[in-house]
Write a protein that binds this ligand. Sequence first.
Ligand SMILES: C[S@@+](CC[C@H](N)C(=O)[O-])C[C@H]1O[C@@H](n2cnc3c(N)ncnc32)[C@H](O)[C@@H]1O
Length: 247
Amino acid sequence: MSGQNQKHYQKIGSIYDDLWYYSNEYIRFMTTSIIKYLRLKPTDTLVDLGCGTGIYSKSILKQMQLDNPIICVDCSEEMLKQVPLSSEYKIMAVDAINFVSQAQAYNKVLIKEVIHHIDNKELLFSSLFQRLPIGGIFLLILLPPTIDYPLFSQAIKRYEISQPHYNNLANLLEKVGFNVSINFVEYLHSIPKSQYFKMVENRYMSLLSFFDDKQLAEGLAEMEQKYAQQSILEFPDRFVFITASKL
Ligand SMILES: C[S@@+](CC[C@H](N)C(=O)[O-])C[C@H]1O[C@@H](n2cnc3c(N)ncnc32)[C@H](O)[C@@H]1O
């Protein structure tokens, strides 16, 4: 991860859940899909790689019981501070590449909205393929090449040039040996405009940390104008779920 992104997560770690939560219903919905695509069973050992504050690990345990602790890995200690210190989680403050080079037993891996931060994706994928047992599943979740978030135009542009394309990732996963399937999962957000503007003001997405205070203020003014008539913002959030299985 770049130094700028590292600083970004260190800075917003303590308020991340307030910024990203959107709603309980949304987290529940995403979690149900994660459990389904990972084909999660109580006996599985799950790694949440780039877990952040553990929003989804915590939510998974609200929906089902796991016999083994979830291995929560993130390179930002500030983000990890939000993961409860409990026997249900094994917390590891290491880089993803470093983690997959270590000998550890697990059969399910979740990487959600992290892959754009990883430079050597092929090394990550091939190491995961080697680590997973036959029958193991790696679920890679990312945003598609274009998004309909009510952001300002420069932010959308910046997103579109930097977001990896899911087809390239799927090809890479096949190349290292995985059997791959791609699905799209969509959720319609409906949130107060003031809440979304606060999220943007606080640079809830790491891409917003590329804009200085003046540029962000200009962006927010553009949004203010565009959504002047609305008090609630409705927009679809589409996710690409790449299920990579080791057969
Ligand atoms: C957008 S957040 C996603 C967090 C979580 N997966 C979620 O969906 O709520 C990205 C996370 O990836 C972590 N991250 C970025 N690069 C990483 C790396 N190379 N190794 C481990 N974690 C990394 C960041 O620290 C941050 O917590």
